[in-house]
Design a protein around this ligand. Structure first.
Ligand code: ATP
Length: 870
């Protein structure tokens, strides 16, 4: 008789009670981000360096002379402290042991981890993370340690399957078979590429042995990997089969129900060994290069994210099969990120596509920096500033590490050569700041299924013992007759009618006694048989009742199940609809972000253009103004020159004309004397004579010149002796002052003074005649050639004419001028703010004479007005 296999009394603790991920992390204990610094050897021995390691926690950065701000900013030596500094002598294995092994241990214990390398281009990030054939990096070592540790507890068959929503399904045997068939039908063609990679992977796989502690032996483990790259702010799946032929398809970053970020629809491949994992990594690497060729960029200028996901499921009571419950799974992940190198674009001399790429890389690194700065600020000040994770895909992917729970570690890679100083200083500042960011300490994620710990080991021991027993007792009465398998032992309650041991020999003297004993035994047997029959019937009845109960329960469960299935289906449809919506919104957000970026760039370009145009316009305006001034002054000078020339010509013609008239008059007089015998007296009223007195009384140019030149030429500097400078105070003088409407106030100490005067701005004949003025003074104000104010006083005598009018005969000009003492006076020896005018040049005297020698007679209003403007 074979006993029924006991079902495990599954007791799954609700997930929400066990997993306190997501934003609940705020109240938990927090640890700072651990930052390590690795210094690579200088590329050439002759390279100047700017960095030295002073102890295992400190580096000192010394500004070299080639630093950008070396001279201006007075740069000083700076010391940076980190959790640990690895100098050039530290081996890859030691870096792995210190930084990454604790993360693998945490992974096995169900905790998430993130490790990223950060630094300037060529500082050794890829070397540290991946390494080369001789010096394996962190990633192959993590895989190696993990597989060494879980080797004995790995799922031997496909039991888990990624559900593409950041979770896993546990597949039944039938489903596994179906999967296998699909695989055989050629849906998965891994083997075709295997040969090419075998050699490469074989060498990658052999690393220093290193096992980790913390394994739970009551679990079955499965390892999945996914590998993506973030390039131009888009996420590309490097393990997707279709990637080979098609152009790369960008993937969405989404958040699952536990607030973990994941790449939606990413290919997750279950790997059974380090070799398999590395093979896939190499495939990804090749696709990455291919992708870049498609996008016309050869260098690996992207962020690589290699994620190891570990799924753990508890074993059942027998220690062999997985507990078939999704909620009993523990899923943890370790992301190994090789960030693209930060660089100063003007140093690399990149242009076009490369420059844009560098811009993108720097943008995403800048976003990472901004996120960490705001996070730190929020933590230190208790603020709630929005952390812009969504601004870049790489920070969006890291969101749940910084916001939720998980260990975050960073390795800052540094190239010590002097040329990198400026970028290295930036990297160091960022790294130092990152150490202040606190991350919630992950709580253990162990799922309690209510089973006794150590059952797997106990089961193995039990089996071993049974095998030994089976070997020893080949024909053991304990071995079931119906079962050929010696290990299948009936451990149930044995009801037996004891062995019939009586030795019966009839006809002997003890026969009676024997028969009596036999009767007794038979009676007991009958009794026992009855007892067993009753017991059997009772058990049968109990069993029947139980069966009936079970069937009833089963029926109600089936009904419930059908109802639940309907509900689940509805919910799944709802979820699907919501997911579609989310996808739509996310693509819209991405679109809007892209458009926003484009518009911002356009605005910037337009702004620059506008500024340039405004500058050009201003320059043109200034040039125009300069030209205008230049031409105005030129015109003024030219006009002045021309008018003087014209007046000069007029004067010459007039004097010529007068000479001719005088000659004619002389001849006429001679002719008349000859004809009449009497001389014609001078001053007769002929048209010629009428003009003559005016001409004769007006001092001609020569007399004026002699009046000016004689005293100055003979006795320079003795102008006081000149009769013209004697100001007559005789009572009979009446002055008529003729000045502009709004004269510029004279700042001179010496002011024109008239004893008995009348001031007019517009001269009329009445002013001259009725006022009985004897003296006339015309005040003219003008700018001299150096821009100084020059006041000229043209003075003359008012002489009544025979026609009843009056004429002004100009006979004196006074100048009033001021000069700045700091300015060299123009060819004057006397330095004073009062300059005595010397004799004006001949041209000016003639000019003035021509202006002034016109008498005020005949009441020519136009002439008077013109004169008043002088
Ligand atoms: N610690 C080290 N010891 C010896 N060689 C190193 C070390 N670090 C880096 N190198 C060498 O320096 C070169 C550049 O390193 P690597 O490619 O890792 O730089 P990177 O920071 O990843 O650059 P990028 O940002 O451009 O990808 C490689 O040839 C690598 O072998």
């Amino acid at each position: 008789m074979k006993t029924m296999r006991q079902k495990t009394p599954l007791k799954v603790v609700p997930k929400s009670a066990i997993k306190s991920r997501g934003n609940s992390g705020n109240s938990l204990v927090k640890d700072p981000v651990q930052v390590y610094c690795r210094v690579r050897p200088p590329p050439c021995d002759s390279d100047l360096t700017c960095l030295r390691v002073t102890d295992p926690h400190t580096v000192v950065l010394t500004p070299p002379q080639i630093a950008i701000n070396f001279k201006v900013a007075n740069l000083k030596e700076t010391q940076y402290m980190f959790k640990r500094v690895f100098d050039v002598s530290v081996r890859q294995h030691d870096v792995y042991l210190t930084v990454a092994q604790p993360l693998v241990e945490a992974l096995v214990r169900g905790r998430n981890g993130l490790l990223f390398t950060y630094g300037v281009t060529g500082s050794g990030k890829t070397y540290t993370m991946t390494g080369d054939l001789q010096h394996r990096g962190i990633m192959p070592r993590c895989l190696d340690s993990l597989f060494r540790t879980i080797a004995d507890f790995q799922a031997k068959k496909y039991t888990f399957k990624s559900d593409r929503l950041n979770g896993f399904d546990i597949l039944s045997e039938a489903e596994i078979l179906l999967e296998r068939q699909l695989e055989l039908n050629g849906k998965l063609t891994k083997s075709s590429r295997k040969k090419d990679l075998d050699q490469e992977v074989a060498s990658q796989a052999s690393v220093d042995p290193s096992e980790i502690s913390g394994i739970d032996e009551d679990n079955i483990y499965a390892v999945f990997i996914n590998y993506v790259e973030v390039y131009n702010n888009s996420v590309y799946d490097l393990l997707e089969e279709s990637t080979i032929q098609k152009t790369l398809q960008s993937k969405m970053v989404r958040e699952d129900s536990n607030h973990n970020m994941f790449v939606h629809g990413v290919t997750e491949v279950e790997v059974k060994s380090v070799e398999e994992a590395l093979e896939l990594f190499q495939v990804g690497q090749k696709r990455k290069r291919m992708g870049h060729t498609i996008l016309n960029a050869e260098s690996s200028r992207s962020h690589s994210v290699f994620t190891i996901r570990l799924v753990q499921a508890p074993v059942d009571l027998q220690g062999e099969n997985v507990v078939q419950d999704r909620n009993a799974l523990t899923i943890s992940q370790l992301s190994l990120v090789d960030l693209a190198g930060s660089e100063r674009t003007n140093r690399t001399g990149n242009t076009g596509q490369r420059l844009r790429e560098a811009g993108n890389i720097n943008n995403s690194l800048m976003t990472l920096r901004t996120c960490l700065e705001i996070l730190r600020e929020n933590q230190q000040t208790g603020g709630a500033k929005k952390v812009p994770y969504r601004d870049s895909k790489i920070t969006h992917l890291f969101k749940n590490y910084f916001d939720g729970e998980g260990q975050v570690r960073m390795i800052v890679c540094v190239n010590p050569r002097a040329e990198d100083y400026d970028e290295t200083a930036q990297v160091m500042k960022f790294a130092e700041m990152t150490q202040d960011v606190q991350i919630a300490r992950p709580t253990p994620m162990k799922v309690d299924v209510g089973l006794t710990p150590g059952r797997r080991k106990a089961n193995q021991l039990f089996k071993l013992a049974m095998n030994e027993v089976a070997d020893k007792y080949q024909l053991s009465p304990f071995v079931s007759e119906t079962n050929s398998d010696p290990t299948e032992i009936d451990l149930g309650l044995v009801y037996s009618l004891e062995p019939f041991r009586v030795d019966m020999k009839l006809g002997s003297p003890e026969s009676d006694e024997l028969i009596r004993k036999l009767c007794e035994i038979l009676r007991l047997r009958i009794q026992k048989r009855k007892l067993l029959g009753d017991d059997f019937n009772a058990r049968q009845n109990r069993f029947r009742m139980n069966l009936h109960k079970l069937e009833t329960e089963n029926l109600s469960l089936q009904t419930n199940n059908t109802a639940m299935k309907g509900v689940v289906e509805q919910k799944q449809q709802k979820i699907k609809a919501l997911e579609n919506k989310v996808e739509l919104y996310e693509s819209t957000i991405d679109d809007l972000n892209r458009r926003n970026r484009q518009l911002e760039e356009k605005v910037l370009t337009l702004q620059t253009q506008l500024n340039q145009k405004t500058q050009l316009l201003n320059q043109k305006e200034q040039e125009k103004e300069r030209q205008r001034k230049k031409f105005t002054s030129k015109i003024a000078v030219e006009t002045e020159k021309k008018s003087r020339e014209l007046e000069q010509k007029l004067m010459e013609q007039r004097s010529k004309h007068e000479d001719e008239i005088r000659e004619k008059d002389k001849r006429l007089r001679l002719v008349s004397e000859i004809v009449q015998g009497t001389p014609i007296p001078r001053g007769r009223s002929s048209s010629v004579d009428r003009d003559m007195p005016k001409m004769e009384t007006t001092p001609n140019v020569k007399s004026l010149v002699s009046a000016y030149s004689t005293p100055i030429a003979s006795r320079p500097g003795t102008a006081v002796s000149n009769a013209r400078h004697r100001r007559s105070r005789s009572a009979g003088e009446r002055w008529l002052e003729h000045r502009a409407v709004n004269p510029v106030p004279l700042g001179t100490i010496l002011q024109p003074y008239y004893n008995n005067s009348k001031s007019v701005t517009k001269l009329s004949d009445k002013d001259v005649v009725n006022h009985k003025a004897t003296k006339y003074c015309l005040i003219s104000q003008d700018a001299d050639t150096e821009g100084e104010l020059e006041t000229k006083l043209f003075k003359g005598d008012v002489i009544p004419t025979s026609g009843g009018g009056a004429q002004v005969v100009f006979n004196d000009v006074e100048f009033l001028k001021q000069y700045s003492p700091t300015k060299t006076p123009p060819s004057r020896k006397r330095s004073s703010n009062f300059v005595t005018p010397s004799a004006p040049p001949l041209a000016e005297i003639q000019n003035t004479n021509s202006k002034c020698s016109t008498g005020i007679e005949g009441h020519a209003a136009v002439t008077q007005n013109k004169r008043s403007k002088h």
